[in-house]
Every structure is written in C-alpha cells, then in structure tokens.
Design a binder for this molecule. Structure first.
Ligand code: NAD
Length: 435
C-alpha cells in the first residue's frame, strides 16, 4: 500500500484549538480507522489516495442583515466527501465550533455510514460558524436561506441532499427546501430530508436512530448468547437518540438502570420507568430534579456494571482516560464518535463487544433515504412499512459486519469500515477514473 499522501491543510478556522487534542481530533479518529481497514483490505494505492481525500470542500462567506440593522458575515462550509455511490448525504450544523477539519471528518463518516447499510448515497456534511442560541428566528431564516443560495450549485436530489444536525431542525429544512424550490422554479421536496411530515417528511424518522440502536443491541445480545429480557442498560444522553433507544429497549424487556443528560446522570438498579422520565423531560426540559433515581456523575454511569452501555450524547466520551473503567459487555454507539481510536484497543483487550457508530446509529440516515425515495416517487408510506424496512436493513447490515469480523478476526468497528470501504472502492473500480 502507498504511504499516506499528505492532505491539504484544513485549518482555516479553529476557534477552539485546545479541543483538538490529537486523541480527540475527529479527522484523525476517522482516518486511523480508515487506514487500518484499508491495510487489511490491501487497497490499491490509487483508490486509497482517492478515498483519503474529500471530493469537494466549499467555504462560503454569508452576509446576513441582523435585526439591529447591521450586516454580519458568517463562514459556511459544505464538504462532499465521496459521491461515487450516489448523491451526497449529510446534515448541516450551526455551531460556534464548526471548522473544516470536523466537517470533513463528518462527511467521510457519512460516506462509510451510507455504505455500511448499503443505501445509494455518498457522504457530505455542512456547517455554519454561528451562535444560533443567541440569534432570532428571522436572523436564522435569513442565514439559512443565504447559505442555501451560496451552495445551490451542489444541492439537488441527484447531487447533494442535506438534513438536520446540531442546532438545525425541521423548520430550517423547510426553508432550505423552499429556497431551492424558488430558485429552480418548482417544488422539490427531495432536496432535503428531515422535513416536517406535512411537506414530505417521513413517518418514523424521529425514532429511526433510536430504533436502529435498539435493533443492534438485540442482535449483539443474541450473538453473545445473552437474553434481551432483563438485560441491564445504561444510556448516556436523553435527547432524540438516547430517550428513544431507552424507551424501545425497555419495551423489548431490557432494564434501563441509568440515564443521563447534560445536567447529570440518574441511577436506579431496580430499573427506571423510561416513559415517566420522558414525560418529566417533556415538562422540565432536563432530567435535573428527577427524584425516582439516585443522582450519579456521568463518569460513574460510564463505569456501571451493566450488560449494555449506550453512549448517545457526545463525541469522545470513552477515551484512554476511562476505557479501562468500563464494565459493560456491549457498547452500542448511538452518538457519532463517542469512542476515541486510542480507546478502541483498551476495549478490545477487555473483550467489550462494540457496535460502532457507523452501524449502530445508521437508522437515521436509512429513514432519511426512505424519505428521499418517498418524495421522488410521490409515495407516503405507513409507519409500519418504514419500521419493517428499517429492521430489514439494520439486521442485514449487522449480520454482514459480524460475518466479516469473524472472517477476518477483527472487531466490529474494523469490519464495518472494511465493508463500507470495500463497497465504495468497488464502485470506483467499476467506474474508473474519468480523464
Ligand atoms: P439531542 O440534542 O437530541 O440530545 C443530546 C443529549 O445529550 C441531550 O439529552 C443532552 O442533554 C445530552 N448531553 C449533552 N451533553 C452531555 C454530557 N456532557 N453528558 C451527558 N449527556 C449530555 O441529540 P441527538 O439527536 O440525540 O444526538 C445525540 C448523538 O447522536 C450525537 O452524537 C449525534 O450526532 C448522534 N446522531 C444522531 C442522529 C439523529 O437522528 N438524531 C443520527 C445519528 C447520530
């Protein structure tokens, strides 16, 4: 295999440099896993070089008229990592810490995620450096529309299909869809996913990622010969992914013994009534003040003696600092990048069965694909149809990764990367290099 080609310097904006310690740099984390899988696949040097680079990085400067009458200029990014298998797919985040390194890593992640569940999409990601919490609805609408206009050349149902991500939501997807539709002169619902159901969104999308997590946990337990009924589970994060995962796992008979959010963690060895906790958060916004369990720290939650740990909050929460404290037998990564590459080795040594993020949380992008299919075909599937098709894809993908992991005697993460990289590489070989 060729030596690692040097990558273009991405560091145009690093407002929070200290956050990017080597272990926690998202591009490094993704690439070290990529390199290991590429080596095991004995990937030819040409394809290796292609897959180690993004296809396109757009940086755009977006003027917005603020409510106080002054013009502010925001930096927007859209990265198309690889589109060999189909239109680029990936969310748009609005955040102060957005930077090109991170967006590029997340776009690569989307490429492997779509390939591991074998849906016909490539990978993309976008972001705007801004502080959305302190912006008015009007400012956010003007920013979203101008950002959309500035990347309109790449957007389209056949080329680049955004979705919500950190601090963006259904309403913003509606603005993107409207801006694009106004520019092309007719309504194009399939240009974004994660839209309101009333305008072409899909039933089942909100629960899709958590449903995928639940299905992966069940497959993992079955593989390890552990019963689902009574399996003890700790869930970090109680937002969309964490609360739905906890709820659906409880409905399958698991005992959810700990949950957490940014205000802390709560533990009850007898089991937490998840529906009750969801109702509490619906009323109080956060878990703080919840009295039906004992408050512990998030570090204590990670180290609980449970069958299953579901990190469903943030990246880089399982690192070399705490991996050795983990007692769970299964980790199912609901969040993106919760485990650092350096921590993987410690978990392997401890024999923890890790269902990696690119497989475990792929339920969301799978139902986004269903949304795109429905929009393009003018269909509206029932929730049952969505859930049945999601189950088929998640279970088949889990089994394909498991089989590869057994065949090559590698962990599930390496196998998932091998499967997805080989799928993308096969398409590159078949398509050849256009000259
Ligand atoms: P969300 O904003 O709905 O929920 C995040 C949760 O994490 C909240 O409960 C928040 O309080 C909690 N949290 C924040 N900081 C924390 C901390 N320090 N300790 C413990 N909890 C903390 O977000 P989400 O949509 O559920 O996404 C969670 C993760 O899953 C992210 O990594 C996201 O990229 C990933 N993901 C989400 C989807 C999706 O469909 N929503 C799909 C794939 C991956």
């Amino acid at each position: 295999m060729a030596s690692v080609p040097s990558l273009p310097t991405h560091n145009i904006v690093h407002p929070d440099k200290d956050r990017f310690l080597q272990e926690e740099n998202p591009f490094e984390a993704m690439m070290s896993r990529f390199d290991r899988a590429a080596e095991l696949l004995d990937l030819e040097p040409g394809i290796y070089k292609v897959l180690r680079h993004p296809e396109k990085q757009i940086t755009t400067y977006i003027p917005v008229m603020m409510d106080n009458g002054e013009v502010e200029v925001f930096t927007g990014i859209r990265v198309l990592y690889n589109t060999s298998r189909g239109p680029a797919k990936g969310g748009i985040r609005f955040d102060k810490n957005v930077n090109l390194d991170e967006v590029t890593a997340l776009a690569a992640w989307m490429t492997w995620k779509c390939a591991v569940v074998n849906i016909p999409f490539g990978g993309a990601k976008g972001g705007v450096i801004c502080d959305p919490i302190n912006m008015s609805v009007g400012e956010l609408e003007r920013l979203t529309r101008r950002y959309t206009a500035s990347i309109i050349q790449t957007l389209g149902p056949d080329s680049d299909v955004p979705a919500p991500d950190v601090n963006t939501n259904e309403r913003m997807m509606a603005w993107i869809m409207d801006t694009y539709s106004m520019r092309v002169g007719h309504t194009v619902t399939a240009v974004v996913t994660g839209k309101p159901v009333e305008m072409g969104g899909s039933l089942g999308r909100r629960e899709a990622t958590g449903r995928g997590v639940m299905l992966c946990v069940k497959e993992a337990l079955a593989h390890l010969g552990m019963p689902v009924k009574g399996a003890t589970v700790a869930v970090q994060g109680f937002g969309n992914v964490g609360s739905v995962s906890a709820d659906l796992l409880a409905k399958e008979g698991c005992k959810i013994v700990a949950i957490s959010d940014r205000t802390g963690a709560w533990h009850n060895p007898k089991g937490i009534d998840v529906a009750d906790a969801i109702a509490y958060v619906a009323k109080h916004k956060v878990l703080e003040g919840y009295t039906k369990a004992t408050q512990i720290s998030n570090e204590e939650l990670i180290a609980l003696d449970v069958d299953v740990l579901v990190p469903a909050a943030l990246e880089n929460v399982i690192t070399t600092k705490n991996a050795s404290t983990i007692r769970a037998k299964v980790i199912c990564e609901g969040a993106n990048g919760p485990t650092t590459a350096a921590a993987d080795a410690i978990l392997d040594e401890k024999g923890v069965f890790v269902v990696p993020d690119i497989l475990a949380n792929a339920g969301g992008v799978t139902v986004s694909y269903f949304e795109w299919v429905q929009d393009r075909g003018g269909y509206f599937w029932t929730e049952q149809v969505v859930n049945d098709r999601l189950k088929e894809i998640m279970v088949n993908s889990f089994q394909a990764v498991l089989q590869l992991s057994k065949q090559h005697k590698v962990n599930m993460r390496t196998a998932a990367y091998m499967l997805s990289i080989s799928r993308v590489a096969t398409v590159h070989r078949l398509r050849g290099i256009y000259a």
